[in-house]
Design a protein around this ligand. Structure first.
Ligand SMILES: [Mg+2]
Length: 232
């Protein structure tokens, strides 16, 4: 690992605690729109359902099966439908409010700052995200991790998404570097880990929930702190 000069981090579900930040936002909106009183909805169920739907839709988005607009519309429509509430009951501004409030939340995975501070002493750190440039910039700023990163690469500015070779090659080209000098860290097996490995970049699967899988990965960690062990 002596050759590694660049560390690539995915943002959502890897550093920025998407589920926690999103749950706080959804809980706020749930109360504001009195979903409980009006539709006898259970808040925990609503949040869990939203996250399940969101994950599945992001998978489709990553593979260009749906676009940004569809992703944002469908996740709330499917959430309502799945819990048995008709979609005409979705407040008109719900999506817009969710998209505005959520990125301003700053919850990070445990040890994020410690790890970024540690590695930024010796490596160049970059974010590689399939998220949207405007939104990801807000998340990075509101969670206080901006100072540690040299570059934020997003799919919409590159014009290609992880896991494509085009995305990873663009990053390598932009940084004037080569795969053996890079290491990718992310929570999505396909987009982050397999994608990077297909581009010749070693990858770390961040798997905090210990999801079972049968992929051959270079490294797998349950805590960001374990990144230090990989370099020992
Ligand atoms: Mg992720």
């Amino acid at each position: 690992m002596k050759n590694i000069k660049h560390l690539f981090f995915d943002l959502d579900h890897t550093l920025w605690d998407f589920d926690k930040n999103s749950a706080e936002t959804l809980a706020f909106l749930f109360d504001k729109y009195r979903f409980n009183q009006l539709h006898q909805m259970d808040m925990e169920l609503f949040i869990a359902q939203f996250h399940q739907v969101n994950r599945a839709l992001w998978e489709l988005f990553n593979h260009n099966k749906i676009n940004k607009h569809q992703l944002r519309e469908l996740r709330i429509q499917q959430t309502f439908t799945n819990i048995g509430v008709e979609i005409q009951h979705i407040p008109a501004t719900f999506n817009e409010e969710y998209i505005t409030i959520c990125p301003q939340k700053g919850n990070l995975f445990p040890h994020t700052i410690e790890i970024l501070a540690y590695f930024s002493e010796s490596h160049q750190l970059h974010i590689l995200s399939n998220g949207f440039a405007d939104i990801q910039a807000i998340k990075v700023a509101s969670s206080g991790i901006a100072p540690y990163f040299k570059t934020i690469f997003t799919a919409d500015t590159i014009g290609a998404k992880k896991p494509t070779r085009k995305f990873y090659n663009h990053v390598l080209h932009h940084l004037k570097t080569i795969p053996p000098h890079c290491l990718m860290v992310g929570d999505t097996l396909d987009a982050d880990v397999i994608g990077a490995m297909n581009a010749g970049i070693k990858a770390v699967y961040f798997n905090p929930n210990q999801t079972t899988h049968d992929a051959k990965v270079d490294f797998e960690i349950q805590s960001l702190l374990a990144l230090k062990d990989i370099f020992r």
